[in-house]
Design a protein around this ligand. Structure first.
Ligand SMILES: NC(=O)c1ccc[n+]([C@@H]2O[C@H](COP(=O)([O-])OP(=O)(O)OC[C@H]3O[C@@H](n4cnc5c(N)ncnc54)[C@H](OP(=O)(O)O)[C@@H]3O)[C@@H](O)[C@H]2O)c1
Length: 288
């Protein structure tokens, strides 16, 4: 049964409206985000349930698997509902060891956009994030050549909107001189608050901020303050972490990942938790 409305309401990316509560599909691929999932049908069930529950924003990349996550999305959901927006990213490949080597030269980016289109079974990609930096995080350097390549593909009608990911504030500013940027997808959560200023600056410009690893990623968030607030509210730490993000700023869109239908439902229900000023003050200390 669908939730009547998802916590957080909606946000508009360019001209595309999405639910602020989205779904991150990365961990549907096998261990280390390589190869097929242990439970193929279970992965399809999570994707179908996400859409069934009203989520209209799915985050992916053709590097997940590689190709596996996009192929699962296509198998589960194609032909896609009109309201569904699939956001993908380009700029990294996979190596034999499961590493994520940068692949931001023009030829690699063109190939990656075409692979995303093929594996998703789409004629046009709703939103493509240019993934910058490396596995250690954002690294300084010009985005011009890579972003200009994506702008060419956008002009060819293969991409609707552009964003950047794993980016420094300077790279976000540079990107905005080249093309309209509708979102920034960087690592951020209750315990990792590097982008506080960037989030506020983007909010003032009406640009979305999409935190990756909202629940801590491969190492779940752990903090005694988080556990204390969760216990007081009779909620799970995951619920509190998601509710905090939704309350942190109206331009934050959630893409928590899960390979479990019960966790998906629990996360949607939990993100609607209302945190008091006292709760927020206590939680605010975690990542400061
Ligand atoms: N731009 C980038 O460079 C970049 C990098 C990383 C990720 N991303 C995007 O960000 C999305 C989110 O990241 P993520 O999935 O790695 O990390 P996450 O959302 O922070 O956490 C996902 C982990 O939390 C667990 N989990 C979720 N709900 C739970 C619950 N209710 N109870 C207990 N455990 C729960 C999941 O395990 P279960 O499967 O057992 O629920 C999974 O291991 C990805 O899907 C991807 O699309 C982008």
């Amino acid at each position: 049964m669908a939730f009547t409305s998802l916590p957080g309401g909606t946000w508009t990316l360019g001209d595309l409206t999405v639910t602020r509560f989205g779904y991150g599909a990365m961990q549907l691929a096998g261990p280390g985000v390589m190869g097929p999932p242990a439970d193929h049908d279970g992965a399809l069930a999570v994707l179908r349930e996400a859409v069934e529950l009203g989520i209209t924003h799915i985050d992916t990349a053709d590097a997940y698997g590689p190709h596996v996550t996009n192929q699962l999305i296509r198998e589960a959901l194609h032909p896609y509902p009109d309201s569904l927006r699939i956001v993908t990213k380009v700029g990294a490949n996979r190596d034999q060891q499961g590493g994520w080597p940068p692949a931001r030269d023009p030829e690699s980016l063109r190939r990656s956009v075409h692979r995303n289109l093929e594996n998703l079974g789409s004629d046009v990609l709703d939103l493509v994030n240019l993934r910058l930096g490396n596995a250690e995080g954002p690294q300084s350097g010009s985005v011009a050549e890579a972003l200009e390549t994506l702008v060419e593909l956008q002009q060819q009608g293969l991409i609707r909107h552009l964003g950047v990911s794993n980016a420094t504030p300077e790279q976000v500013a540079e990107a905005q001189t080249i093309a309209p940027i509708v979102c920034v997808q960087n690592m951020y959560n209750l315990a990792y608050r590097q982008d506080d200023e960037l989030i506020d600056a983007l909010a003032n410009q009406g640009i979305a901020y999409v935190p990756f690893f909202p629940l801590g990623g491969f190492s779940p968030l752990q903090s005694s303050a988080l556990s204390t607030v969760a216990a007081r509210l009779d909620a799970t730490p995951m619920s509190v972490a998601l509710a905090w993000l939704l309350q942190r700023s109206a331009n934050i869109l959630l893409i928590p990942g899960t390979s479990s239908v019960p966790h998906l439902r629990e996360n949607i229900a939990g993100a609607g938790l209302s945190l008091s000023d006292d709760d927020l003050a206590e939680l605010d200390k975690i990542g400061r």
